[in-house]
Design a protein around this ligand. Sequence first.
Ligand code: SF4
Length: 249
Amino acid sequence: MLESILKRARTGNVTVGLPAGDLPALFRGMPVIGDAFRSGNVASMCARVCATDAIDPEKKTIDLGRCVFCGLCEEACGGEGIRFSRDPRLPSGKREHLVLGGQEFSPLAAATGIRSLLGRSLHLREVSAGGCNGCDLEAQALGNPIFDLQRFGIDFVASPRHADGLLVTGPVSKNMREALVKTYEAIAEPRIVIAIGACSASGGIFRGSYAVEDGVGNVLPVDLFIPGCPPHPLTLLYAILGFLGRPPE
Ligand code: SF4
């Protein structure tokens, strides 16, 4: 017992405050679109290396709903076209808000009326719908002492009957479709759906496969998309708190 107390004293408080700093080196954050991307053939150069067709060279846009944050476009364009910052605050909201063209954007969609009903509390049932489990691991990390999701009144629950909404990862495999829909229907209305990661937004690297539904939006009405592959827990925190109308200052 004494050993535990001493260890706790030595460790100190590890919980990150918000707003937090940059993402760690292994994660890419908010892409910065350079002027070169919008002129000449730089966008085409970037698009050629993109395995998920996230870059539209005609419209000069990058779709964060498809992007897996591999960074190959940054290398191909020499950083002139697209540069990935370490900013964990990625745009989230409706699916179309994830398509960036260098325009000014509001980081969050206008929240639905359900927000006022939720108040300062949100209970989510998570469903892993056929992805690689990378997003599940980051969502699970929200509960550790570093990110401490519960301090915000947000938590995961075991039963959809106790939940205000669903948090879904993965492209929705055909085999998981029925389970996902049944879980959604077991949640009392009004209910929300949060889709995290590229797979849940567009199918990600599985897009077009015979075995998937190409994203949660093709199965359920989604209230909040959070991009990433996987999104860092800080990105998830910013997006969910913003959706609840409580963005960190
Ligand atoms: S970082 Fe995104 S946009 Fe760039 S090449 Fe990779 S998947 Fe495509």
